[in-house]
Every structure is written in structure tokens, then in C-alpha cells.
Design a protein around this ligand. Sequence first.
Ligand SMILES: Nc1nc2c(ncn2[C@@H]2O[C@H](COP(=O)(O)OP(=O)(O)OP(=O)(O)O)[C@@H](O)[C@H]2O)c(=O)[nH]1
Ligand SMILES: [Mg+2]
Length: 184
Amino acid sequence: MIKFVGSFETVNSLPKTQFEEYAFVGRSNVGKSSLINAIVNEKIARTSNTPGRTQSLNLFNINDKIMIVDLPGYGYARVSKTDALRWLHRLEEYLLNRSQLRRLFILIDSRIGPKDSDLDLMDFCDNNGICYQIVYTKKDKKIREHTQVELSHENHPAMIANVLETSAEKKYGLQELRDIIGVK
Ligand SMILES: Nc1nc2c(ncn2[C@@H]2O[C@H](COP(=O)(O)OP(=O)(O)OP(=O)(O)O)[C@@H](O)[C@H]2O)c(=O)[nH]1
Ligand SMILES: [Mg+2]
């Protein structure tokens, strides 16, 4: 049973659950909400062609056992600097304080590759011991060679060495994620 718990504007307002939590983050439009829907096989997270759709922290309860969090996207050009900084601060606050967070999935569009905003977030996680795993999205699309950047574990101590490749559209690479999260 999958339940939408709610949309939360601040980290403080998040419900204080004991459930293990798995969070999805990445640049705006990378496909966070689509991937969550594909994993749970339900259209529960709102998706959109308009970047910046998810602006609050959206929580989903999976079988009263696990929480999935759809985090707001970053790197969206049409957001004011003040808002962008405020959101970044909120993301960092979430990552530093949410003790039940088991793993952060940092999504990267396979056509684009990692951008500075992704690398900055990875550095933040490395410096603060926040365990994360890189998930490439939209693998069904044609990929240009130069987007393939090697992300080495040596430079990223908090990164899980296994990089995942997925397509929400073609339902590719989902089982591995389901196994990690513990969703059937
Ligand atoms: N081809 C393809 N398109 C995808 C895939 N996943 C998502 N998309 C498309 O990418 C766009 C953005 O998807 P969302 O899931 O809303 O992205 P998001 O990261 O949640 O975006 P924000 O909430 O705005 O930050 C939509 O038009 C999706 O249809 C995929 O696996 N393949
Ligand atoms: Mg979204």
C-alpha cells in the first residue's frame, strides 16, 4: 500500500517517523518524480514538462515500512538566486538532520552528465558523511559520448561504488532500485 503522506515546506514540519527513508534528488527535470512512480508502479508523484515542478518535500509511505522522499530539484535557471539558496539550504538541512535517511539517490540525466550543481552536492555529502548513490536517468534517450564522466570513489568517499542506470519510460533498471529500497 502506497500512501501520499504530504507536501512539506520545511524540514521541521516533516513527520517524525521511525521508518527507514530513501530520498531522491537531482537537477530540475532530471526525472525524480517519474522514477519514483516507476519504482512503485503507481502515478503517485506529480511529474511535469515544466522544470521546477516539485518545490516542496513530498513524502510517500510504502507499506507502513519505508518512506520515499521526492526532494525539490536544483539548478533550475528560472528561480531567483534568493530562492535557489533558500532551497539549497533546506536540502542541506534535510540531509544533515534526517537521521532515518538510509540512502540518498542523486539522479543525473544520462544525456547531460554531471553538472557543477551535482558535483557540489556530492562534495557536500562526502564532507558530511552522507551516503549516496548515483542514478542515471532517461537511459532510453540517445547519449552523447562526452557526457560520460567517470565518477571515482577515490574522490567521493561517501558515494556507493555501484552506479545505476535507469529509464522510467522503458522501465529499465528499476528492480535494482526496488531491491535496495526494499519495495516489492
Ligand atoms: N525519455 C524519458 N523521459 C523521461 C524519463 N523520466 C522522466 N522523463 C521526462 O522528463 C520530464 C521531467 O520528469 P519529472 O519526473 O517531472 O522530473 P523531476 O526531476 O521530478 O522534475 P522537477 O520536479 O521539476 O524537479 C517529464 O517530461 C518526463 O516525462 C525517462 O526515463 N525517459
Ligand atoms: Mg518532480
